[in-house]
Design a protein. Structure first.
Length: 201
């Protein structure tokens, strides 16, 4: 029991060190990039938002780190504000890829992923309109969109309380499900991973 407690404590300390390291990758003015160097990457910032959502849950449930928790929450607020900035939406989301696998996906994949990352929040009506526009485009031409994009859009709709619309996308997904329960996600995911890792995503 003492050994297990000791190991848990050590692992927890490593996690806290990693969280502090991740926070250091914020770019001045908001957003997130590899190693904190400008410019910030929209797709990597969205990836960070999802990761820090999980980190906040961990800090609240397993550690009483109020100072670090506040730092993470402050970072999330700045990241969300940066992503929702109209200038960022129009000029940066689908432009320059970063020097890594994240950020090199197509514009449609990038947009769907960012919509999903922000969808748990209360969003401005102009942004919700973007999510609903993608939904309409998918319904008009389902074959033009990958299973991965449709799944992300469905989750965004659920988070924004559009359950009936999400069910319509679910029907499309069920038609694509293989006999063994798996899905062919398409040509890419947000991380551009090798096909054998797509099942995890």
């Amino acid at each position: 029991m003492l050994l297990a407690t000791s190991l848990l404590g050590r692992h927890s300390d490593f996690v806290l060190q990693g969280i502090k390291r991740l926070l250091s990758f914020e770019v001045s003015g908001g957003g997130f990039s590899l190693f904190g160097k400008a410019p910030a990457s929209p797709s990597l910032t969205a990836y960070g938002i999802l990761e820090f959502d999980e980190i906040i849950y961990y800090l609240q449930k397993y550690r009483k780190e109020s100072v670090l928790l506040q730092q993470v929450e402050d970072w999330l607020h700045r990241a969300e504000k940066w992503l929702l900035n109209e200038k960022a939406i129009e000029s940066n989301w689908c432009s320059k890829p970063i020097a890594d696998s994240i950020g090199r996906s197509s514009c449609n994949t990038t947009m769907a992923y960012i919509y999903y990352a922000l969808s748990k929040r209360e969003l401005p009506s102009s942004f919700v309109h973007r999510i609903l526009s993608l939904y309409e485009e998918i319904l008009q031409s389902p074959s033009s969109y990958s299973t991965y994009i449709i799944a992300l859009e469905g989750l965004s709709l659920i988070n924004q309380k559009y359950s009936e619309k999400a069910l319509q996308l679910q029907s499309i997904l069920l038609e694509r499900q293989e006999e063994d329960g798996s899905f062919n996600l398409g040509k890419e995911t947000i991380t551009r991973m090798n096909r054998r890792y797509w099942i995890i995503q």
